[in-house]
Design a protein around this ligand. Structure first.
Ligand SMILES: CC(C)(COP(=O)(O)OP(=O)(O)OC[C@H]1O[C@@H](n2cnc3c(N)ncnc32)[C@H](O)[C@@H]1OP(=O)(O)O)[C@@H](O)C(=O)NCCC(=O)NCCS
Length: 173
């Protein structure tokens, strides 16, 4: 299903009041993020938090994601990269948390939010060097979701499953 056909949705920076709104996506660590950590992380420069809701403000938070800077070792992303990489740590963007409310899942909101996150990464990479976008997928379901948007599973861990999308691929999309 296509979302926002009527232009009634917005993805915007976190407001303090969002942290007091109900949000449940079925993963307790992510459900706790808005009330317990989001505002603090924003204030301390640990993450930028972006929220999806209706412009009317009546729907509550439909979804959110966080973006941060991170560095990874070459070996951690090697499977997703074809060109040579330097041996020092590689700068990347990191999607630390990503969730859509349970009642709003499977309606295309996740795809919409991820496209927004990736767009911000492409824009950010114009000003700051970043080789790609890295995340840790928490479940098989989310791994399928990220893979459907171009992320490749990397590393040995399965839970969480690290995934990577090089900027060179992203810029071609
Ligand atoms: C994973 C999650 C973000 C997906 O968001 P969503 O809004 O439900 O996903 P979309 O409707 O945009 O789906 C996009 C595509 O992802 C895949 N996908 C999404 N949910 C899926 C599921 N439950 N099973 C299999 N594939 C799925 C499909 O390819 C889907 O395309 P389709 O509907 O045309 O088949 C959401 O289910 C969620 O928040 N889950 C709980 C929290 C979580 O796991 N967050 C990720 C932590 S790393």
């Amino acid at each position: 299903m296509t979302v926002d056909v009527l232009g009634q949705l917005q993805i915007r920076p976190l407001a303090r009041s969002d942290c007091k709104r109900e949000f449940s996506c079925g993963v307790p660590a992510l459900d706790d993020y808005l009330p317990k950590f989001a505002w603090q992380h924003e204030q301390r420069g640990i993450a930028r938090v972006y929220v999806l809701d209706h412009t009317s403000g009546l729907s509550g938070v439909l979804g959110f994601y966080t973006l941060s800077a991170k560095s990874v070792r070459k070996a951690e992303i090697q499977e997703a990269v074809t060109q040579a990489l330097p041996s020092f740590d590689i700068p990347v963007f990191y999607i630390g948390s990503f969730a859509v409310a349970s009642a709003a899942q499977r309606l295309g909101y996740g795809r919409y939010l991820l496209a927004d996150a990736l767009y911000r990464c492409v824009q950010g990479a114009e000003a700051v060097g970043a080789h790609g976008v890295y995340l840790d997928s928490l479940s098989e379901r989310s791994t399928t979701f990220y893979a459907s948007l171009g992320f490749v599973a990397v590393g040995d861990s399965k839970t969480p499953q690290p995934m990577y999308l090089p900027m060179s691929i992203l810029r071609m999309a």
